[in-house]
Design a protein around this ligand. Structure first.
Ligand code: ZN
Length: 472
């Protein structure tokens, strides 16, 4: 007798959908049984008739308990991973970013591994390098041995997290040697700094002006430079939070000429535009890159719907409005970043299904399953995740794709007091969430599984190919 069966749902994977009963034993999927067959015997059966069953989400870009200068996000692992589960995300990837010059990349990751013992969902990690020194290659090698197969580099944030070009090139070369992936925050620092200075001189440096200090050109200029360095170093690269169609197009063109390159965008860049900065409580939208013009958002959404973006990630960061307001008159001093791990599914699902004109067509649902779960697992080489098939972890989300709810920040659980999506009517709300075979959300609410989240060591970038073959 199986532990659990999710019966009669439409099981949606990245490349196909089938009406099936999902059989779960010992935290894993053991079989998919044709829905025309009787439901096999099980300790518990969840009826998913009339609903879709998606793979549990994989959020490739989260910041948990992050310290940036004088600010610390208001969450911890218990809080953020519980919010992730409530939102249908069963695996997150967090970053070990050195808090200051004294902390090494290896120590930053080890610190996060310690914190992640409180995780409710599964966790994998990225490292980050800020400045090169002769110990970096050995640290990266040790990180790879721990299953941390990616390093993030910031092309901006001079004086805090920015890496200079020499560091960028050397890290890319090391990551290529170690069969790893380089994550990049691409904004051209000199352009951003010059633009910010000009705005400050004009007395326009409050949150109302954020979008005018970080132009689209700065993002695209940086993507061009990074692609050239990646090509020179022979390194696979992954661009986080792409916010313009031009940036996405540069990735598409680079891939067409044979580079290993990936594009991520975030829910907020698909549904919010820069008019938020002149609207109510603009502090709720303080992030970098900022929201773009309505025309840019429409064009980015079209690229997203057309399949030009690989993954959708939250870039989750939990500051509250008090922290955001403290320096609302000077964006250079504000903490940037938005809470989003809990709302990634409904915001992205609504954006995609609106753009493609259907929330029930299998091809649309499959595109979503790929962006939300399969592709982040595949690109980050995390075995056993992102696919509903025998042998994979039993991470599932059951939802009614037509059900809508209005976002109320007060009803969310992310360790902050606002949502940038407040008041939006969205589709794609989990009704049941299963993580490693445990029912963590159902009609009776959230069931905290306790600190059962596992640390997931990742494979190398080239080793991920078998994962792609298993897509079904
Ligand atoms: Zn980020």
């Amino acid at each position: 007798m199986a532990d659990l069966i999710v019966a009669h749902g439409l099981v949606v994977n990245g490349n196909r959908s089938t009406a099936a009963h999902v059989v779960i034993d010992d935290g894993r999927i053991t079989a998919l049984v044709d829905a025309r067959q009787p439901v096999p015997a099980a300790g518990r059966v969840i009826d998913a008739a009339g609903r879709i069953v998606l793979p549990g989400g994989v959020d490739g870009h989260c910041h948990v308990a992050q310290i940036t200068g004088p600010y610390r996000t208001l969450d911890d692992y218990a809080l953020t991973t519980s919010a992730a589960l409530r939102g249908g995300t069963t695996t997150i990837l967090d970053f070990g970013i050195p808090r200051d010059a004294a902390e090494t990349p290896l120590a930053a990751v080890e610190h996060k591994m310690e914190l992640a013992r409180q995780a409710r969902c599964d966790v994998a990690l990225h490292a980050a390098v800020i400045s090169w020194d002769p110990t970096v290659p050995d640290q990266l090698e040790r990180l790879a041995a721990l299953g941390v197969r990616s390093v993030k580099l910031y092309m901006t944030n001079r004086g805090t997290t920015m890496a200079d070009d020499d560091t960028v090139l050397k890290v890319m070369r090391e990551m290529a040697r170690l069969d790893g992936l380089t994550y990049v925050h691409a904004e051209h620092d000199a352009i951003v700094v010059d633009c910010t200075h000009a705005r400050a001189a004009a007395g326009e440096i409050g949150i109302e002006h954020l979008h005018r200090t970080r132009p689209e050109l700065a993002e695209e200029a940086s993507v061009r430079e990074v692609l050239a360095m990646a090509e020179y170093a022979g390194a696979p690269v992954y661009f986080v939070h792409q916010s313009t169609p031009g940036a996405v197009d540069l990735v598409t063109a680079a891939r067409a000429r044979g580079l290993a390159v990936h594009s991520e965008t975030c829910p907020h860049y698909l549904v919010l535009d820069d008019t938020v900065y002149t609207g109510r409580i603009p502090e709720r939208f303080a992030c970098c890159p900022p929201m773009r013009s309505p025309e840019t958002v429409a064009a980015l959404r079209a690229r997203f719907a057309a399949g030009a973006v690989d993954t959708i990630a939250s870039d989750h960061s939990c500051y509250d409005l008090t922290q955001k307001r403290e320096h609302r008159d000077d964006i250079r001093l504000m903490p940037h970043g938005l809470p989003g791990v809990e709302t990634r599914l409904p915001v992205a699902f609504t954006a995609l299904t609106d753009a493609l004109g259907s929330c029930t067509e299998p091809v649309v649902l499959q595109r979503f399953a790929d962006l939300f779960a399969a592709a982040p697992a595949r690109v980050n080489a995390i075995p056993g995740k992102g696919v509903i098939a025998a042998g994979y972890d039993a991470d599932l989300v059951v939802l009614d794709p037509t059900e809508t709810r209005i976002v109320l920040g007060a009803d969310l659980h992310m360790g902050t007091d606002f949502s940038p999506f407040e008041g939006m009517r969205l589709r794609g709300w989990p009704r049941v969430v299963v993580a490693a075979g445990r029912i963590v959300l159902d009609d009776n609410g959230f069931h905290d599984p306790g600190p059962v989240g596992r640390y997931l060591p990742r494979l190398g970038y080239r080793d991920r190919r078998p994962l792609a073959r298993e897509r079904s």
